[in-house]
Design a protein around this ligand. Sequence first.
Ligand code: FAD
Length: 374
Amino acid sequence: MKVVIVGGGMVGAGAAVSLAKQGYEVTVIEAGKAVSSGGDWDLRISSIHLRNVEWLHELGTWLNIRAERKLMYTDLAVQTVDGQRLQFSNLDADAIALGAMVENNALQEALWEQFSEHNIRVYSETRVETFDLADRSVTLSNGEKLSYDLLLGADGAQSQVAFAAHIGQRGWDYDMRCLLAIAEVEQPIPATTWEIFRSEGPFALLPLSTHQACLIDYRSESQWQEFSGNSDAVKQSLNEVFEPHIGQHTVTKFASFPLRRQRALRYISHDSVALIGDAAHSIHPLAGQGVNLGFADVQELTRQLVKQPLPQALVNYERVRMQENQQMMRAMDAIHVGFRSQHLLPRGLVAFGLALVGKVAPLKQALVRKAIGF
Ligand SMILES: Cc1cc2nc3c(=O)[nH]c(=O)nc-3n(C[C@H](O)[C@H](O)[C@H](O)COP(=O)(O)OP(=O)(O)OC[C@H]3O[C@@H](n4cnc5c(N)ncnc54)[C@H](O)[C@@H]3O)c2cc1C
């Protein structure tokens, strides 16, 4: 079977390796250049849960990721501004770790390095010029025409494949920005990721090494505008938020990203087109689930394709993944609203929920196992 994947980001590249390992003939079309991970940590870092770390091991990718651009973490804590704290550890999940922090570029680079090993053809800095969905072919910006049995849209939230296949998207802006920063921390930090919820939005830390961390601070668009591009003001504000928790630190770089929630109304079309990753769903990053869901799409699609004819495999893929992804999106919205609310009822429910999970061991175990993908 010939598979053409539009988009060679983490999810598209993961799909390429996963499907090529099943013997499919895979071609990847990527609009950008091949990424390389060099120098310092890039700002785009993902928390990959343990189940997906194991899957990346099975793909043969994990060990190829540069050692200095990944860090296993063993603990995860959430806290409310009222000081209520809940901590999960790998021991609660009976697992070696909860997951890993990985630089997106390093992960993508490791997947791309596997392309030649699996005879995956890749066209970088190339786009699809025209789609002929009836003929099952695409014409590329370099003039080449490729035929396919399966066309995968892994081209992110502005998916050209979804548009060409007339798959509608529904979504809204959260009117918030995610401010990401890399910091050098004076005191050693443990391999614990934590998030503290305030009414204006959470702030969080991803450990990168004993003396480096990725700091995350969610701000409303209007708060962000108040900085008026003044980099010293941004750094000072980050210092005020994080110093009480990590002590002296120096922010070496930062950037901010607008937050949007979006979902495709269908994941499949024409018995031969499927959307995966952010092309199908983009989600609030507060629980670090976006690429984890994308990898789960790839695993489900691969499972379905190997056991039945293509049209049935696609129908089953859509049924399973759409339900799971929407559940996760709704859960993120509930957390987003519950923790931000000034109202007594949602705040009370959050406090009650945290206390309950902390006290009921089987509930805590079930929750942490879900969070790490099992
Ligand atoms: C601030 C922030 C923090 C996050 N943190 C986490 C986290 O901790 N854990 C987690 O699991 N997720 C996290 N996410 C989400 C995660 O980054 C995304 O879910 C993930 O990048 C989606 O990968 P993708 O490959 O589906 O799409 P993308 O990363 O958008 O990749 C799409 C690729 O397709 C290419 N492309 C686009 N259009 C075309 C075209 N027309 N033709 C050819 N190529 C095209 C692009 O160049 C790109 O390479 C975070 C997101 C944000 C914004």
